[in-house]
Ligand binder design. Structure first.
Ligand code: UGA
Length: 435
């Protein structure tokens, strides 16, 4: 199969590299010449474990190439994937589809022979249909079908998720397009990956329903954590106790400072918008958005209360700034709410994050960044864990205690054992665990 990937951002680059690994010929296209230049040199613009290796291996074998010239890539392709950005539109919170539609218009001009145009970006229901209309209108004679193939990979585990997915969802409406998509994913038959073929609207809704459900699950356990704190229960045991029920499942029941990232906040907003437009309001999802936003804001209050009602003049060490570990992504990270609120309350922030400090430096003001976690603890009156990077779990609590001015920890990800920390002499508070 010859594949053109339009947009070489997170999803485009990971998908392109993985399709090349499947054995297909892939051209990743991007308008940003500097990005393509860097990719050609083997420089990966994002932090994703294993991606640099996958890109360089497949580039060396010639299966993966990079281009700024969309027409060449599309003209030769059996399948063209649209993986451009769909940011939240300013004003109404809906997904901004201008990049998708602009790509569709360009693709229309470049198609030669039968081509399947696939939306890979997360796009609201109706987008596939509109892409087809745009192409048909500008090239009535073009031989093509559209398909919707939403992506379910997680940042930080993207390659594993792509190469060993729980399922692949494909919205297609002709046998010919179905055959092309089946050929694209044929290597996954070897590991018996379920293929869910649907119509286009169904595939589009499936993506949003999946993310909204996961966001709801997190928000649910976060509220249960609040209850646990008040009544002396332990949310971890509750999560295990309910999660072992196969109908509920154990994953995505880790309480924390609220979900962030480039997907859940944006996709829940877009789903709520679509649903209101369609006159089928998603009241649960709307509540989830509100509860999660409130939670991110409340986390600073939790730290302030823990410190006896004021953090004025205190030095607060922060461990972790990205929205989750194994990424340098700061989009909608809870730290972006927590840090400024603590600063506004008079605290000085000293922070460490293994990958996110460059971006955090652009988004947060007056933060002192350190080279190690221990340095962030040095002289601190309280240490706040915002992101559960694996390396933080291995920190030596005795050493941390010696370095801090006051041995106090607010652990918003429950990475430490409360009993152990208290036995060592820390004043310690987690999320949803008995005091
Ligand atoms: C999410 C979905 O998990 C992917 O399946 C989907 O493909 C992706 O969005 C997307 O639409 O592109 P991602 O945003 O990379 O992936 O990250 P997650 O691992 O899902 O975490 C999202 C947020 O939820 C993070 O802030 C994380 O800390 C939080 N979270 C997750 C919790 O607070 N508790 C949990 O139990 C799980």
């Amino acid at each position: 199969m010859r594949i053109a990937m339009i947009g070489s951002g997170y999803v485009g680059l990971v998908s392109g590299a993985c399709f090349a690994q499947f054995g297909h010929d892939v051209v990743c296209v991007d308008k940003e010449a500097a990005k393509i230049e860097r990719l050609r040199k083997g420089e990966i613009p994002i932090y994703e474990p294993g991606l640099d290796r996958l890109v360089s291996d497949n580039a060396r074998s010639g299966r993966l190439t990079f281009s700024t010239h969309l027409p060449d890539a599309v003209g030769n392709a059996d399948a063209v994937f649209i993986a451009v950005g769909t940011p939240t539109r300013r004003g109404d919170g809906h997904a901004d589809l201008s990049y998708v539609y602009a790509a569709a218009a360009e693709i229309a001009q470049a198609i030669t022979g039968y081509t399947v145009i696939v939306t890979k970006s997360t796009v609201p229901v109706g987008t596939g249909r509109e892409v087809a209309r745009i192409i048909r209108e500008s090239r009535p004679a073009a031989e093509f079908d559209v398909a919707s193939n939403p992506e379910f990979l997680r940042e930080g585990a993207a390659i594993e998720d792509f190469m060993k997915p729980d399922r692949v969802v494909i919205g297609v409406e002709s046998q010919r397009a179905r055959d092309v998509m089946a050929a694209v994913y044929r290597p996954l038959n070897l590991i018996q990956t379920p293929m869910v073929f649907t119509n286009i609207e169904t595939a589009e809704v499936t993506k949003y329903a999946g993310n909204a459900f996961l966001a709801t699950k997190i928000t649910f356990i976060n509220e249960i954590a609040d209850l646990c704190e008040k009544v002396g229960a332990d949310v971890h045991d509750v999560a295990r106790g309910i999660g072992l029920d196969g109908r509920i499942g154990r994953k995505f029941l880790h309480p924390g400072p609220g979900f962030g990232g480039s997907c859940f906040p944006k996709d829940t907003l877009a789903l709520a918008y679509t649903a209101r437009e369609a006159n089928a309001p998603q009241t649960i999802v709307e509540q989830v958005i509100e509860v999660n936003n409130g939670r991110k804001k409340r986390m600073a209050r939790k730290v302030i209360d823990f410190c006896g009602g004021s953090v004025a003049g205190l030095t607060i060490g922060v461990l972790g700034l990205t929205f989750k570990p194994n990424t340098d992504d700061m989009r909608d990270a809870p730290s972006l709410d927590i840090v400024p609120a603590l600063q506004a309350a008079g605290a000085r922030i000293v922070a460490f994050d293994p990958e996110g400090m460059e971006e955090a430096g652009r988004l947060l003001k007056d933060v002192t960044f350190t080279k190690t976690a221990y340095e962030a603890a040095t002289g601190a009156d309280v240490l706040v864990v915002i992101t559960e990077w694996h390396e933080f779990r291995g920190l030596d609590p005795r050493r941390i205690k010696d370095l801090m001015r006051q041995a106090r920890i607010v652990d918003l990800r429950n990475i430490f054992d409360p009993g152990e920390m208290r036995a060592l002499g820390f004043t310690y508070e987690g999320v949803g665990r008995p005091a």
